[in-house]
Write a protein that binds this ligand. Structure first.
Ligand code: FSO
Ligand code: SF4
Length: 544
């Protein structure tokens, strides 16, 4: 196998025998095969669009399928076999429509690719493609590096676009972009600069996807407001909901209303408590349990109710608790029960059969909900605090958490940031410091939880508004971005920041393995993108 799409890739290089995430070489091969089939589907979809044929099914399918190949989303070979066959069926249906209009359908190898008839043969086809893929790297490693960056970034964009789509927000330009990139990923006639331009276009389109998702979330659930969230538990039956999908969380809340079951959030669903239409409508949305994704095996083991994964990051479950874990949407794992969100009866039955919490516990609260509307609502106070010198600097310490060593840097950094500075955070990386009592500056909390990783959109809006208030550009603000990355959504967000021309971003714990030294040098020279060093050294540089 050849997979280096996430931060925990083996030896910081590439997973080649078995995924460090638990992905098998067989599933990896089927994921590569699926991407290959999507590329053929995209070529036909573009042709169909040019004839005015509707391609909504193909557009939405492409988004969902790219999402399914993200790290820690779907580990099921059976699912990927079904996805491959569906991709071919959708492609062929478009060809028939093109031919019915009297036109020959596109005649490329990928648009005519025929999948084998059984799983083993499909895996072999996927593995053969892998070698073809690796072979490309020999020709120009830097272009290969950018192609991987584009593909991985595109997967991240697809995840956000899929969530937006679920909430009724979509954009034709975004779909055309997906298809154009996928259809032309094997182009041999582009220069390094042209591939770099496409890489930044991925960042641009990710901004669009995050904007759509922000609109979907706020139109459906209201603008987040600062909301205390209990970290303790109460006596009674319980369901734990993890992942990022607010719509799935709402469906679970709706279907558990009146059952006596309390619903707890896990991981990236913590910010759900800040949305008025969730918190106020469903009082049985009780609190938040646990921390970041990589601690789930311990946390899930001890949770006395049913557990639902709505998106990444799912880790291979232990035998001791796998019977109480359910998957939704694009998530899949062999042996875990996949449930339709329209009827979550199996989840409710499991929660009722399990003991639930028999004792109350009080672990205090954290406050979430400082998204763009809440922060910009007090923009004058913030601007005055900066002008009067009460706030010296802002830090955005955000991104993903992960299992590999080196991430204590972020905890240490937040702990050593001086008391006249404000820390904004988002993503699951915050769980290293989310419950720290950092106090406030003239009523402005020093620790502001902006939300999920996609709420980088809020961070961008806040930065742009502050820049306008001070009549400077964003790079001149007293603001430092210190990011942690793990999977492909973080890559998409990073590309957005680079597309916007944000300089001096610090990223860690390591640089992505798919960046060659030349490409990394190019990014560092153009954007001053830096690897984190030590909290003391970086702090001194940011405040210097
Ligand atoms: Fe984390 Fe996982 Fe949200 Fe990622 S739970 S690591 S960037 O999926 O998406 O922050
Ligand atoms: Fe390895 Fe990450 Fe790929 Fe999993 S997703 S196989 S850990 S590089």
């Amino acid at each position: 196998m050849f997979c280096n799409q996430c931060e925990q890739t083996t030896r910081g290089d590439v997973c080649y025998q078995w995924g460090a995430c638990g992905k098998s070489p067989e599933v990896d091969a089927l994921q590569d095969l699926l991407v290959h089939c999507l590329r053929g589907l995209s070529q036909v979809a573009l042709q169909a669009k040019s004839f005015g044929i509707t391609t909504r099914d193909q557009d939405e399918f492409t988004c969902e399928m790219l999402f399914s190949t993200l790290t820690n989303v779907n580990f099921s070979a059976d699912d990927f076999v079904a996805f491959v066959n569906r991709a071919i069926a959708l492609r062929e249906s478009l060809k028939l429509q093109i031919q019915a209009l009297g036109n020959p359908a596109i005649n490329s190898a990928i648009a005519n690719f025929q999948p084998a008839g059984d799983q083993q043969q499909l895996i072999k086809q996927g593995k053969d493609l892998e070698f073809e893929f690796i072979g490309q790297s020999a020709k120009n490693v830097d272009i290969f590096s950018l192609k991987l960056t584009i593909l991985y970034g595109l997967k991240g964009v697809a995840a956000y676009a899929f969530h937006a789509l679920e909430l009724g927000e979509h954009d034709e330009d975004l779909y055309v972009f997906f298809h154009e990139v996928l259809a032309n990923l094997d182009a041999q006639d582009k220069s390094l600069q042209e591939w770099l331009d496409i890489t930044l276009q991925v960042g641009k389109m990710n901004l669009k996807a995050m904007e759509l998702l922000d609109a979907g979330n706020t139109n459906t659930f209201g603008h987040p407001t600062p909301t205390p969230v209990t970290l303790g538990v109460t006596v009674g039956k319980a369901i734990l909901v993890s992942g990022h999908d607010l719509l799935h969380l709402r469906a679970i809340l709706e279907q558990t209303a009146g059952t006596g079951i309390k619903v707890y959030t896990h991981g990236e669903l913590l910010p759900a408590h800040g949305y008025p239409q969730l918190k106020q409508t469903y009082p049985h949305l009780y609190g938040h349990y646990g921390t970041a994704w990589q601690n789930q095996t311990h946390e899930f083991e001890h949770f006395p109710g049913a557990i639902v994964m709505t998106t990444n990051c799912l880790m291979p479950p232990h035998e001791t608790y796998k019977d109480k874990v359910f998957t939704l949407g694009p998530v899949g794992y062999p042996g875990l029960q996949h449930v339709s969100i329209r009827d979550i009866t199996p989840i409710i039955q499991k929660a009722l059969a399990l003991p639930g919490f028999v004792e109350e516990s009080d672990r205090g609260t954290v406050t979430t909900g400082f998204a763009r509307n809440a922060v910009l609502g007090v923009a004058d106070t913030v601007v005055n605090a900066v002008k009067s010198g009460n706030i010296r600097h802002f830090f955005l310490v955000g991104g993903c958490d992960g299992a590999k060593p080196g991430r204590n840097y972020y905890t240490d950094l937040v702990e050593t940031i001086p008391s006249d500075c404000v820390v904004m955070t988002l993503g699951c990386g915050k769980f290293r410091f989310f419950d720290k009592q950092l106090g406030d500056i003239g009523g402005i909390p020093r620790l502001l939880d902006l939300g999920q990783c996609n709420d980088a959109y809020s961070a961008i809006q806040i930065a742009v508004a502050l820049a306008q208030a001070f009549q400077v550009n964003v790079n001149q603000l007293p603001l430092s971005l210190v990011l942690s990355w793990y999977e492909q959504k973080a890559i998409a967000v990073l590309l957005t920041l680079l597309y916007l021309g944000i300089q001096n971003i610090r990223i860690g714990p390591t640089l992505p393995a798919f960046l060659t030294p030349n490409v990394a040098k190019l990014l560092s020279e153009t954007y001053n993108l830096k690897l984190i060093t030590t909290p003391e050294q970086d702090l001194a540089a940011c405040l210097g």
